[in-house]
Design a protein around this ligand. Structure first.
Ligand code: FAD
Length: 305
């Protein structure tokens, strides 16, 4: 995970100068502040700043619901209640700012999450580093035969060696040309904003990404899910580990209700009730489409992973 020497200096300085604060702090998150957690071959996630903790969620809820929350005796019970009933704004009281280094094709998926504030490295102003995501052979797989939007069987050793050679060769050649184009030795030199256009989508970029806990949970539910592409999923999983230490009670509720829980349609719920009453329900008698029936069965009888 190559941090630049400047970034390493900055981290060392930030970690060496702790300050006293009257703000609420999360001990779990304090331990992560500024530390870069490696992801993929050159990427990382590091916490730059955060606001709030589990108590901040509870505090906000008690302001809005006042006496109505008194019957919920403890913080964990209230957080679980809020998550169960989709009360979003108390979770929005917590915020996190991350520094992320990621391949451009991952950034393109990530940026679709509009409910965040982003500041990206400027390749108009600065020269991009010669750093490309080259997958581990275990992540090189053939097109899935059952899912058009995904990968299936891992490539054999010969096939993956061939693919890796192409990826490395293309990256090196494109970067050499990038350097040649911007060079001012014996030529005017092309502007950086134009020269970058020949660079492949596996080159790394960096950004600061700030969002609140409600929208972060939404991001994590979509991107830490098995349907998400591996290369963004590993970032989401790393962020999930940080969130678990930051707001342990909210994280537990999120795992329980969002990640481990399921939403059933009225028709699917009706099937479940009929099954609990001893009726043998089939796809034909369920009123569900084949796909709905398959997904319903996966909820009731989850496949062993
Ligand atoms: C597995 C997977 C596959 C995907 N495949 C594709 C694909 O093939 N093609 C493609 O284009 N995208 C694809 N996406 C991206 C997806 O459609 C969403 O754009 C992305 O996940 C961001 O979700 P979001 O809009 O809910 O998040 P955010 O932008 O963070 O928004 C969060 C919520 O805020 C609300 N919101 C935000 N902005 C607006 C707005 N302007 N108007 C109304 N409500 C708003 C919505 O309720 C939204 O759910 C895929 C995503 C996943 C996870």
């Amino acid at each position: 995970m190559p941090l630049t020497p400047e970034q390493e200096d900055e981290i060392a300085q930030q970690r060496a100068t702790p300050r006293q604060t009257l703000r609420a702090v999360s001990e779990g998150m304090e331990a992560h502040l500024y530390t870069a957690h490696p992801v993929l071959d050159h990427g990382f996630v590091r916490v730059i700043d955060y606001m709030g903790d589990d108590a901040a969620i509870v505090q906000a809820a008690r302001v809005s619901y006042g006496a109505g929350t008194r019957h919920v005796s403890n913080d964990e019970g209230l957080i679980r209640y809020l998550m169960r009933h989709w009360h979003s704004t108390p979770f929005e009281m917590c915020e996190v700012k991350l520094h992320v280094k990621l391949p451009v094709f991952v950034a393109r998926q990530w940026i679709r999450h509009r409910t965040a504030n982003v500041n990206e490295y400027s390749a108009r102003y600065s020269i991009l580093d010669r750093e490309f995501y080259i997958p581990d052979p275990s992540a090189l797989a053939a097109q899935s035969t059952v899912n058009n939007q995904g990968r299936g069987e891992v490539l054999g050793p010969e096939e993956s060696a061939r693919v890796l050679e192409i990826l490395k060769g293309d990256a090196a050649r494109a970067y050499d040309h990038y350097e040649e184009m911007i060079s001012t030795e014996g030529q005017q030199g092309l502007a950086r904003e134009l020269a970058r256009m020949n660079l492949p989508a596996n080159i790394y970029t960096q950004w600061y990404w700030k969002t609140d806990l409600h929208n972060l949970f939404h991001f994590l539910r979509l991107r830490a899910d098995t349907h998400a592409q591996y290369e963004i999923r590993v970032y989401a999983e790393e962020i999930g580990r940080l969130v678990a230490d930051w707001v342990p009670l909210a994280w537990k509720a999120f795992l329980d209700y969002r990640v481990g829980g399921a939403t059933l349609s009225a028709a699917a719920l009706d099937c479940l009730r009929r099954m609990l009453n001893g009726e043998e329900v089939t796809q034909e008698t369920s009123g569900l489409s084949k796909r709905e029936w398959r997904e319903f069965r996966e909820v009731v009888y989850p496949p062993q992973r």
